[in-house]
Design a protein around this ligand. Sequence first.
Ligand code: ATP
Length: 450
Amino acid sequence: MSENPKDAAVTVPAQSTGTVVTKADPAPGETLLKVTGLQKHFPIKKGLLQRQVGAVRAVDGLDFEVRAGETLGVVGESGCGKSTMGRLITRLLEPTAGKVEFEGKDITHLGVSGMRPLRRDVQMIFQDPYSSLNPRHTIGTIIGAPFKLQGVEPEGGIKKEVQRLLSVVGLNPEHYNRYPHEFSGGQRQRIGIARALALNPKLVVADEPVSALDVSIQAQVVNLLDDLQQELGLTYVIIAHDLSVVRHVSDRIAVMYLGKIVELADRDLLYKTPMHPYTKALMSAVPIPDPARKAAKSERILLKGDVPSPIAPPSGCRFHTRCWKATEICRTTEPPLLELRPGQQVACHHPENFADQAPQDTVLLTDAKEAAELVSEEALAQSAATSAAVAAEVGATEEPAKAATEAEPAEASGAAEAPATSEASATSEASATAEASGTSADEEPPAKEK
Ligand SMILES: Nc1ncnc2c1ncn2[C@@H]1O[C@H](COP(=O)(O)OP(=O)(O)OP(=O)(O)O)[C@@H](O)[C@H]1O
């Protein structure tokens, strides 16, 4: 998706003044959007005086960047803060804390007038193509609205430009005067895409762009987004609740859990060797269309219960209440997001497919023992075997030790012993089954989504 010739300047429609404005795109790979410590806490108010009694910590400290020309996929279960993050980076919501920079400019607290020029560069596609289009307006009016709002007069007039956009997204330009109800779900989403593209944006944030559509239509819309990126040199942030949608379009994927990024990695690394147990669980939930792969069924990881409330998230690692590897350190100490392998950042004390970061901490929490009952023997075996093999391979090299030192100076000494004891921290049962299964570290973890 990121092979677009981004160095070409993009000509935006002529302004009402009659001049043509040319904006130079950032070079491919350059940081387009940078987010630091981003938070959004929705206050909970009670009583006559509407006193604040708490807060929904929807987004609770995100650090990431989006590079020009790439597609960043954002996945996570419902309620983990993906939509809120999308609205924060498009500045539809005001952050509680943190910083959002677009092309190096701090846009965190820009007001309506300050944001107006930026609205052309950053656009959003919404989840529900039924409610995101005004039923009383023709699609010509809907797609033409951004030109009017921005005071832009495209060459040849708005009608001609709207008709061109309709054909770009695969709709009949003659349907300019029709109303949204005359279109199917997939076609409506195409209308939403045409509206988002009207002003030649640089960044498009698509919030669950296909989840309201029939499965048969989903691929068409995903392919359209892909084609448009190739042709127009767009940068995407695509939000989805499962990994199957973002798999084919993303260059990198961020996995969110309870308002935080738990893993951020290049797509291929994430699929081949997921490091966070939550990523692994999400991946195992993706249906496998190949019935020949019988083994895959037993590798399914069922997560215990629902995502905890973001009003009072669990201490330490927020995933510890549902994780089959959780030990005391997971309950008490929040793991930082660290680049354990080039192109793969993870926030976990006991990562999968990598040397243990807290090997001294071996006693499983009660929650973890219960969670492990929901994890198949094969998955536990594979997890323990790959972690042990990676630890053995890495030996006592500085990599895990360095990561641990940066993360938790107090743990550094323990982390250095990773190769010797890392397996113990997974689960003792897992270690036993790992040996029994004879899983090889050289074997790639199954690409379950294929
Ligand atoms: N305006 C709001 N006021 C209060 N709480 C909110 C508001 N918007 C979202 N939340 C809460 O913030 C949390 C994160 O919501 P968000 O919609 O960002 O999650 P999500 O991962 O996108 O989930 P979904 O896929 O269901 O949309 C949820 O607990 C939600 O109830």
